[in-house]
Design a protein around this ligand. Structure first.
Ligand code: CP
Length: 309
């Protein structure tokens, strides 16, 4: 492994200035796409998926196309990844490709990919983190609010990978977060980032959703059940239990009746569960801008990790 190599597994080992540079670079790719149209010429991104995806796959592939490079999609189950040690396969993959992006079920698989890889590794979502989504979300906040100063974000949902990555960037940019998280799966939590936020005085934790959204500038929610379990018959009991626990915390018009907060969701959306259909298309929703911003955010990540910008 190249020890000088920079990877993106989570944001905790990135400096605030580096992340801010990524946001500026993302904005430059949007404002001047032609400036970057050959930046990754003859470079190949390997996109490895253990789980389903719409946005991550499409936005990374489009990013490589628009930067003059190429992307290969590899389904974990249709490859030989499951037959051997992950790091052996990563050693091979990195000999033919210039950057690896992987969506995996368990964070430890990313460590194996890092161990074998001689090229940068990007976390395309694991059980603990979703750093690319968080960068797109903070790009959206920056564009929508104009500044991070004084912003208050409320997250209602399971304390999961999306929440962990949001907390990391909130810590970097000193954005206050209120967590309304009645379900906190130990295996997916990041105690370190919670402690950092608490110590910095940037975190409120409550189970009172009305209180939590009252002064929020943005309210964010996410799926209550991980995508691989949503239609899995063996996970029915888990899903039913989560729905029972989480329904009082649904994002809906009634909850936001006395709040000016804008509405965020990382998608895919399960209308009628974590959010009502009416709120998805309400003028206060910035959900589709978040999804659109995956493209410039990931262009910036690719350019920076490949040392091109
Ligand atoms: N938000 C997100 O990562 O979308 P996909 O699961 O469709 O990639």
């Amino acid at each position: 492994m190249n020890i000088a190599r920079k990877d993106l597994i989570h944001w905790k080992d990135w400096e605030t200035e580096e992340i801010l540079d990524l946001l500026h670079l993302a904005e430059r790719t949007e404002a001047s796409p032609l400036e970057f149209s050959d930046s990754l010429k003859a470079k190949t991104l390997l996109m490895l998926f253990q789980k389903t995806s719409t946005r991550t796959r499409v936005s990374f592939e489009v990013a490589m196309t628009e930067l003059g490079g190429h992307a290969i999609f590899l389904d974990w189950r249709a490859s030989n990844l499951g037959l051997t040690k992950t790091w052996y396969e990563a050693a091979y993959l990195s000999s033919n490709c210039h950057v690896l992006m992987a969506r995996v079920k368990e964070n430890r698989e990313l460590a194996e990919l890092q161990k074998g890889s001689s090229v940068p590794v990007i976390n395309g979502c694991c059980n603990k983190y979703h750093p690319c989504q968080a960068l797109a979300d903070f790009l959206t906040l920056k564009q929508d609010a104009g500044t991070f100063a004084g912003l208050r974000l409320t997250y209602l949902g399971v304390l999961n990978n999306v929440a962990n990555s949001l907390l990391s960037l909130a810590y970097a940019f000193k954005v206050h977060v209120t967590l309304v998280c009645p379900i906190r799966p130990i295996s997916d939590m990041d105690m370190e980032i919670l402690e950092r936020m608490r110590d910095a005085g940037l975190l409120t934790e409550t189970l009172n959703p009305q209180e939590a959204v009252k002064d929020a500038d943005y309210v964010y929610t996410d799926t209550w059940v991980n995508m691989e379990y949503f239609y899995e018959p063996s996970a029915k009991d888990l899903k039913d239990e989560r729905i029972r626990t989480m329904l009082p915390f649904q994002l809906n018009h009634e909850l936001l009746a006395h709040s000016k907060a804008k509405v965020m969701h990382d998608m895919p959306i399960h209308p009628g569960y974590e959010i009502t259909e009416e709120l998805v298309v309400d003028p206060r929703s910035i959900i589709f801008t978040q999804a659109k911003n995956r493209l410039p955010a990931q262009k910036a990540i690719l350019l920076r990790l490949l040392g091109v910008a």
